[in-house]
Ligand binder design. Structure first.
Ligand code: NCD
Length: 310
């Protein structure tokens, strides 16, 4: 195992080397062993204060960070903008400074504004973890996706991954692009042009990435299909002719599921629009690892908290 230099924040995977990701995934394996024990707790972060700062709704990411912090024996406090002084107009920077004065060591932040965790990191002496900011990044989701691929397929290098759906709005896709390409996977992005965003941007940033508008073509040879949620809340009207048309062309339908075979992993970061981007049959297929992604999220977040606290 190569030791990576100390890290203070985790804003996106763009500044993570392959060695650092590898080391984190190895630590996450040990954390997963801890979580399989009867007593799912180690004292690694005893006496540390972690604050979950969620300005945007979340189920799995927030609870996952909470369970991860508790499994490491940290104190965890959940902050939501609602009911806080944010409603009196307190700014993000003042809020972060307040948390610092209260003794927070690590802030986990989700925000609808891209860049918010970066701004917070500039005004906070501890560590900031990005739990999803606007369309920008969601590094822990990408790490848990990498962990799940590696666990199921033995490695990430050389694996063919198709990311399909609402790519233009997806922070999950962006962070996965950094992580997957750095770990040597081959990535195909598949979406209708209106949900892809500028193709030239993708291929300029990640020259090894393939862009494809036909899902059936993209699926040939895929080892992993990662379906993305159609983000209705981030869409202006007019990006899609109809949901039915979208499902027909870009949905993981029962017909496509059959053609995929049993070897190709089916992934989805959740929450899902079942029957839109993914058929209910695909969610429960033997090769679906959607629940495993959620489970692995706790171990991966433990590994990251541990690394930042170390
Ligand atoms: C994603 C998110 O919030 O970015 N969900 C998650 O964290 N697992 C994806 C989404 O909202 O579609």
């Amino acid at each position: 195992m190569t030791s990576a230099p100390a890290r203070r924040h985790a804003i996106d995977l763009d500044d993570f080397s392959g060695d650092e990701i590898e080391a984190l995934l190895e630590t996450a394996e040990s954390m997963k062993e801890v979580l399989a024990r009867e007593i799912k707790q180690v004292p690694a972060l005893r006496g540390r204060n972690v604050v979950n700062m969620f300005y945007e709704e979340s189920t799995r990411t927030r609870i996952s960070f909470e369970l991860a912090a508790r499994a490491l024996s940290a104190n965890i406090v959940n902050f939501t903008a609602r009911g806080s002084s944010v409603e009196k107009g307190e700014s993000l920077v003042d809020t972060v400074r307040t948390l610092q004065a209260l003794g927070a060591d690590i802030v986990v932040m989700r925000h609808s504004q891209a860049g918010a965790p970066y701004l917070a990191a500039q005004h906070f002496r501890g560590s900031v973890i990005n739990a999803g900011d606007g369309r920008h990044a969601h590094p822990t989701q990408a790490l848990l996706d990498l962990f799940t691929i590696r666990e199921r397929l033995g490695q990430v290098r050389g694996v063919q991954v198709v990311i399909v759906g609402d790519i233009v709005h997806s922070r999950v896709a962006r962070s996965n692009l950094w992580g997957l390409t750095r770990m040597g996977a081959h990535v195909t992005l598949c979406a209708p042009p209106t949900l892809l965003g500028p193709a030239a941007y993708w291929t300029a940033t990640w020259p090894e990435v393939r862009v494809c508008h036909r899902f059936d073509e993209a699926l040939a040879g895929a080892d992993v299909v990662m379906a993305l949620r159609l983000q209705k809340e981030r869409q202006q009207a007019g990006l899609l002719p109809s949901l039915r048309e979208y499902t027909r062309r870009y949905g993981l339908t029962p017909e496509r599921l059959e053609r995929l075979g049993e070897r190709t992993l089916i992934m989805h970061p959740g929450p899902m629009n079942e029957g839109v981007e993914i058929a209910p049959e695909a969610v429960v297929a033997p090769n679906a690892v959607i629940e495993a992604q959620v489970t692995n999220g706790v171990a991966v977040r433990m590994a990251l908290l541990y690394r930042l606290a170390g």
